[in-house]
Design a protein around this ligand. Structure first.
Ligand code: ADP
Ligand code: MG
Length: 339
């Protein structure tokens, strides 16, 4: 019998493959299923996360400058460490490259990796280099550190907690739509120059995302420990589902509470897309979704770039979206499937 991997989807496949790996080491505090694994080292824990980027699937060098690719490849990994309420310290970088890539191109890739290391204060400490029959694959592992009692997991949300979102959502997805459209126009008509000028914000969010180190620092400053946290890499809806599934709770999300940048909203309308759908099902925002005890609301209420967008409900209440028009829908996590 042969089962197509599409029948399981990405998360189903991960669950299927990892189901028979009980954690035997007492130091393995958290295994598969969160933004990063957690290893107990006494008062401090080591936090580890890996991501792989594949040319043609996750990036297209037709419109992504290779230096930006290096920067982004690091940032997406650091984002998973911050999502644990921990700080990244080191990275390893592994690449598989075809003979299409010159030393100069790889120098540019590493210039981007270096810029991210400098910006976030992490050290490049190793990796692996090998050849690929076609295209490039970049795999980065980020290693971080956090106090055991401050780490935040996906499974800590409780009924009555408030749902918070940092920054704004949807712009990176819309930036990608724009770049894809310009690429297509250019392919049909190589003479024309891409027109991205008035969409700087969305394009910047796609090409040069940042991880929310500032938020993790703010949490320490104001003495806030979220009850649960995840980074928003696959769209808000998918991340809400992860938190609800792991915390065994439901949720009510207010569409009017989902933060969007005005440029992203306008761009969505230009593309005839519903702005909220872009925020819910786009991706690559690398913002944080977290839940807080309502007793902590004063700690976040006046902080810039933190928005309260809903409440955690009992699991029996399901996962609902209250639309701007006042309709209550079941929230659907379309996410994206990469197979
Ligand atoms: P994120 O979107 O935060 O990077 P993923 O959705 O990639 O997280 O992964 C979810 C969880 O599954 C993580 O704990 C990750 O380490 C684990 N995981 C993903 N792929 C595999 C695999 N092939 N084998 C073991 N664990 C995996
Ligand atoms: Mg994550």
């Amino acid at each position: 019998m042969r089962t197509d991997v599409n029948t399981l989807g990405e998360f189903g496949l991960i669950e299927h493959l990892t189901r028979d790996f009980p954690l035997l080491q007492p130091s393995s505090l958290k295994g598969v299923g969160d933004d990063a694994a957690v290893i107990d080292n006494g008062a401090f824990c080591t936090v580890v996360s890996t991501d792989m980027l594949v040319e043609g699937i996750h990036f297209d060098l037709a419109y992504v400058p290779i230096k930006h690719l290096g920067y982004k490849a690091v940032v997406v990994n650091l984002s998973d460490i911050y999502a644990m309420n921990a700080f990244p310290r080191q990275i390893t970088v592994s690449i598989a490259i075809s003979n299409r890539y010159s030393v100069e191109a790889l120098d540019d890739l590493y210039a981007g990796i270096r810029a991210a290391c400098e910006a976030y204060g992490v050290d490049l400490v190793g990796g692996d280099t090998t050849s690929s029959p076609k295209g490039m694959v970049i795999s980065i592992t980020a290693i971080g550190q956090g106090e055991k009692e401050l780490l935040t997991y996906r499974n800590g949300a409780r009924v009555g907690d408030l749902i918070c979102i940092t920054g704004d959502l949807g712009a990176a997805y819309l930036g990608l739509q724009l770049l894809e459209r310009e690429k297509q126009l250019w392919q049909e008509n190589p003479g024309i120059q891409p027109d991205l000028e008035d969409q700087k914000y969305a394009v910047g969010r796609q090409l040069k995302p940042e991880a929310r180190r500032d938020m993790i620092e703010t949490f320490r400053k104001v003495g806030l420990k979220p009850t649960a946290m995840i980074d928003i890499s696959d769209g808000l809806a998918s991340e809400i589902f992860h938190i609800c599934k792991q915390s065994k709770v439901g949720a009510l999300v207010e569409e009017s509470g989902i933060p969007m940048h005005p440029e992203a909203e306008l761009l969505a309308l230009k593309f005839k897309l519903d702005p909220a759908t872009c925020a819910l099902n786009g991706g690559e925002d690398y913002e944080l979704l977290f839940t807080i005890d309502p007793a902590d609301v004063e700690k976040v209420k006046y902080l810039p770039e933190i928005y309260i967008a809903g409440e955690i409900l009992d699991a029996n209440d399901g996962i609902k979206l209250n639309t701007k028009g006042g309709n209550l829908h079941d929230l659907k996590a379309q996410g994206w499937v990469h197979f």
